[in-house]
Design a binder for this molecule. Structure first.
Ligand code: UDX
Length: 447
């Protein structure tokens, strides 16, 4: 008989994981403690913009016409305990307020709520990004608090999905990493992931600390690549070089690779910034802070990019104050194909200019709702053209496809000044310059 799977926490990671497990053929029960979220998911609706996720949910959520009915949702931990053979913990671990460390309270309370409902042999699998050492601590907690005792086993299985590609990344991951302490746990996880592994996805079996560290070190490496190229952009600016050509040229070396070398206003979102800070905090606790001291520099290069964009805008407007200047901002989400504005570089730049007296108007294809909530005092427009109308300068800060397809000539008709700054190095300078725009990008020659 096929395994029954539960997914605790139905945010980004959990909702996608639950739908993907149903797609792989398992009976799935998802749990969340927020009633509104459960009500939406039961209707087959997703609380965020993620391409393909709503279709996948609707294909499987019980009660939706034509669905397989394999996916249900609840708020009841007792039901989850009684239902599942394998329980995935997918709650988030945000940065603690005013600190670098990760907030483990959602993970801890998920495990504490689940433990009393585990009477027999079962496997609890952590997917959240946690400080190394958490799995060991949680395994001890489970053994002490579950009626099943040590038969309520723990495993750690980090998740590498990217927002905007969550469904594809979950169904066809480029690797599966499991930290296990028994053959039984490994066997169960091999059963869960039989389909992607059968299609060739590598399955890496390791211990708890290594599994936890794979996630934080992967994100640290990605952040390092981005800050590296942004540091090169600064040097290019100073020396009159072109960072886009430089990235292309070094990227042809297979050992370096071309991905994650797009210079600009840097990384944001709910993962990279908080993960490198939590990693630093944990290394400090372990007495290994010197080993990671470079990550402080990665973080500070990244944060500096935002300030540099603001200065570039000030300079382009003739220097001095932003007072009375109309600034169009294209992009609010932290990256394209996402409505997520958590720690968004685009919104941060828009906010800094607004707080310095600029009259900012933002447009984003999907992120407007979230942006309005986070930063209600900014101006918002319903389209790129409306944002640009009357603008003294246009800032391109999130590289949506829609912005690449803009017609510079038509925008030039509505802008007060044909002045555009590309904070993502994603627009073609020649096309804009031909249409009469003055075009500046980070780390690239002025003309
Ligand atoms: C990241 C990891 O990629 C993923 O594996 C992990 O599971 C979660 O964290 P995500 O936060 O969805 O995923 O975004 P990602 O695509 O990694 O982009 C992060 C940020 O880096 C974005 O703000 C993006 O604009 C920026 N970025 C990315 C650059 O500035 N330059 C690049 O070359 C690439």
């Amino acid at each position: 008989m096929s395994l029954k799977i539960t997914v605790i926490g139905t945010g980004y990671l959990g909702a996608t994981h639950a739908a993907a497990m149903a797609e792989l053929g398992f009976e799935v029960l998802g749990l969340d403690v927020v009633p509104e979220k459960i009500a939406m998911l039961q209707r087959g609706e997703v609380p965020m913009y993620e391409p393909g996720l709503e279709d996948l949910l609707r294909k499987h959520v019980a009660g939706i016409e034509g669905s397989t009915g394999r996916l249900r949702f609840t708020m009841d931990f007792a039901e989850v305990g009684a239902f599942g053979d394998v329980h995935f913990v997918c709650v988030n671990t945000p940065q603690r307020h005013g600190e670098y460390a990760a907030d483990m309270s959602y993970v801890d309370s998920a495990i504490a709520s689940l433990a009393p409902h585990l009477p027999g042999p079962t496997l609890v699998v952590g997917k959240s990004t946690v400080p190394v050492g958490s799995a060991d601590r949680l395994a001890t907690y489970l053994a002490e608090h579950a009626p099943a005792g040590a038969d309520a086993e723990l495993a750690w299985n980090p998740e590498f999905l990217r927002e905007g590609f969550a469904v594809g990344d979950t169904l066809h991951p480029d690797r599966i990493v499991v930290g296990v302490r028994s053959e039984r746990a490994e066997k169960l996880l091999r059963e869960v992931y039989a389909t992607p592994v059968g299609e060739g996805t590598p399955f890496v079996v390791t211990d708890f600390p290594t599994a936890e560290l794979v996630k934080t070190s992967a994100n640290s490496f990605l952040a390092t690549k981005i800050s590296f190229i942004n540091a090169m952009a600064e040097v290019c600016e100073a020396a009159g070089g072109d960072v886009v050509k430089l990235a292309e040229a070094i990227g042809y070396d297979d050992r370096i690779g071309r991905k994650f070398l797009r210079a600009g206003i840097g990384f944001g979102g709910g993962c990279l910034p908080k993960d490198i800070r939590a990693f630093l905090a944990r290394a400090g606790e372990l007495g290994a802070d010197q080993a990671l001291s470079f990550l402080r520099e990665i973080d500070s290069i990244n944060m500096r990019q935002r300030g540099q964009m603001v200065e570039l805008a000030r300079e382009a407007l003739g220097g001095g104050s932003f007072l009375g200047k109309r600034v169009a901002v294209l992009g609010a989400s932290f990256k394209p194909d996402s409505d997520d504005v958590r720690d968004s570089p685009a919104l941060n730049v828009a906010g800094q200019i607004h707080l310095q007296g600029g009259q900012v108007t933002v447009y984003d294809p999907k992120g407007m709702g979230n942006a309005r909530q986070v930063f209600p005092t900014l101006g918002y427009a319903d389209s790129a053209v409306e944002a640009v109308r009357g603008a003294d300068v246009v800032l391109h800060l999130t590289e949506w496809q829609e912005f690449r397809e803009l017609d510079p000539a038509a925008l030039g008709e509505v802008a007060a000044t044909r002045l555009i700054l590309d904070g993502r190095n994603a627009l073609d300078p020649e096309v804009w310059r031909k249409a009469g725009w003055s075009f500046r990008a980070m780390g690239r020659p002025t003309a």
